[in-house]
Design a binder for this molecule. Sequence first.
Ligand code: PEP
Ligand code: MN
Length: 339
Amino acid sequence: MIIVLKKNISQKDFQEVKDTIESLGYQAHIIKGEEKTVIGAVGSGRGKDKLQAMENLPGVENVVPILKPYKLASLEVKPEKSIIPVTSKVKVGGNEIIVMAGPCSVESEEQIIETAIAVKKAGAAMLRGGAFKPRTSPYSFQGMEEEGLILLQKAKQETGLPIVTEILNPSDLDLICKYTDVLQVGARNIQNFALLKAVGKSDKPVLLKRGMMTTIEEFLMSAEYIISSGNPNVILCERGIRTFETATRNTLDISCIPVLRQMTHLPVIIDPSHATGHWRYVESMANASIAAGADGLMVEVHPHPDQAESDGLQSLKPKKFERMMKNLSRFAEAAGRTL
Ligand code: PEP
Ligand code: MN
């Protein structure tokens, strides 16, 4: 249920509304919009009539049921777009398109610093790099773990770029939070509910990647796990879904951008690298994503893709990334955005 509060509600009446919601066994999520403040009362559905009866409380304007299964992620609860603060300067979901770029895996100090300097020069706002890698094969490179996190921190000190890096295991949360600005939950973990709840208890924004077999509704239900655990700062990332097509690594679902726009207030970014699996297709898919209304991009860049420990084929060399960013600015402008 959405409890819509009166404009000039007193502190006492506000507390009464919140206490009533909680006494009925619901969680009270306070959502401050531009127009009005509402409380999302989220729970099992028991005692719904009593929630409805809260219209009689002095601070309440009205009570409306939330029809969608994803509640806190829905536009019903918050009609205006969410802007996710990463740092005081970098925000995802505003007018500025945010590009996160960097290698698939952190491999060495030289590699990550060289990449960070190059992507910053080309206009990236954030540095990506995996220290804990989810690999299909247990024999593939698994990541540098904490050593990789330390190198990411060095690259941040060198360039000022905030970091996004993947978390695989809830038990690594405190460690990774010491180093990162944004926690990435990868495609393979989209329905790892223990992990979703763990990052939902963190105060770091979460970049949630769509699974390769996840419907858009399931994608939002996973976001709902994070928000309902207490963390409203979720950035959705489409990275290609698995279809019958084999010419590309995955099939980029560009249509999810306008579809999600009709369903959620959360920002949506696109990862054209994992979506296509080949550097040659990255630029055109990046352009298409911005044209379709994406709020940002996540792009793999490596100074020596032929030597990469993972995903070399889909990684852009810094020069190509720079060219992509230059050309992208015209698409951004046409979409009424800045880059
Ligand atoms: C990644 O970003 O390096 C990654 C593993 O992506 P995904 O989870 O989308 O496969
Ligand atoms: Mn990768």
